[in-house]
Design a protein around this ligand. Structure first.
Ligand SMILES: Nc1ncnc2c1ncn2[C@@H]1O[C@H](COP(=O)(O)OP(=O)(O)OP(=O)(O)O)[C@@H](O)[C@H]1O
Length: 264
């Protein structure tokens, strides 16, 4: 379904664009229907750049990104909108996505204005309520409220509900769990699991190996813009081939041991 082939992204820096930073280098990656693929790497490893390219918000310097065999790059206007009906992103900080001046459910109104202007108001309301139920939110708890009246978990779910209104097939979830507290994290992860069971594909971007293991079918480990390891999640974790992956694994806190004890 989604396919990245030898994708690189170089940013030019400085007033005259004389300095270059290669954020992503020669990355191959696929995501199939109903599959969750974790993209794991430390800060600065190029994860967000990949997510933005997949969403058509940035263009690769080299290589190809295809969705159902059709290039993503270069889509503009109506073609990009058509793509965004099928592929949407949810990002780390839900608070920054909402404008504090407007009620939070404005995000749904914007979807209606942009994609479904002909749907009558009552029908639209039903669709919004169904999408909210889909993410385990009670419409009365979240509709007609300002962002500051809602929790981070509620806002994050509303953003997932917004994506679901579009009948998407691929969700790019960029660190969506990082800012949530522990119990909400598990709820949102379980929600992603349910959506996956319903056929949704997820590119799950995280720096957190433990979250990646919990949810994904396949794992891609990124270091300084390059894929250092990729494979079925259980295999990557059971037998990490690359030293970088082993180091990342060693850095995951072990629940059964005290933090001041050396981990065996
Ligand atoms: N718009 C930009 N202009 C110049 N350099 C950029 C730009 N965006 C990202 N970079 C650089 O590209 C590299 C990869 O950044 P990216 O944000 O993709 O990494 P990341 O793995 O998502 O990191 P984090 O987890 O901290 O968000 C970094 O060196 C970053 O400084």
């Amino acid at each position: 379904m989604l396919e990245l082939e030898a994708v690189s992204k170089t940013y030019r820096l400085g007033a005259f664009g004389t300095r270059e930073v290669t954020a992503v280098r020669d990355v191959d990656l696929t995501v199939e229907r109903g599959e969750v693929v974790s993209l794991i790497g430390e800060s600065g490893s190029g994860k967000t750049t990949i997510g933005r390219m997949v969403l058509g918000l940035a263009a690769p310097t080299k290589g190809q990104i295809r969705f159902d065999g059709v290039p993503v790059t270069g889509r503009r206007g109506r073609a990009l909108k058509g793509y965004h009906r099928q592929v949407q992103g949810v990002f780390q900080d839900p608070f920054s996505t909402f404008n504090p001046v407007f009620k939070a459910d404005r995000v749904f109104a914007l979807v209606r204005d942009g994609f479904f202007p002909d749907v009558p108001t009552t029908r639209w309301r039903e669709r919004v309520e169904a999408a909210l139920h889909g993410v385990r939110l009670e419409p009365a708890d979240v509709l007609d409220k300002y962002p500051h009246q809602l929790s981070g978990g509620q806002l994050q779910r509303m953003l997932i509900a917004r994506a679901l209104l579009l009948d998407i097939r691929l969700l790019v979830a960029d660190e969506i769990i990082s800012m949530l507290d522990a119990s909400t994290r598990i709820d949102v992860l379980n929600l992603l699991g349910e959506l996956k069971a319903a056929g949704l594909a997820v590119l799950f971007v995280t720096h957190d190996l433990a979250l990646g293991t919990y949810i994904s079918d396949r794992t891609v480990i990124l270091r300084a813009g390059e894929v250092v390891e990729a494979g079925p999640t259980q295999e990557v974790f059971a037998d990490p081939r690359h030293e970088y992956t082993r180091n990342l694994l060693a850095a995951v806190p072990h629940l059964h041991s005290r933090w001041d004890e050396p981990v065996k």
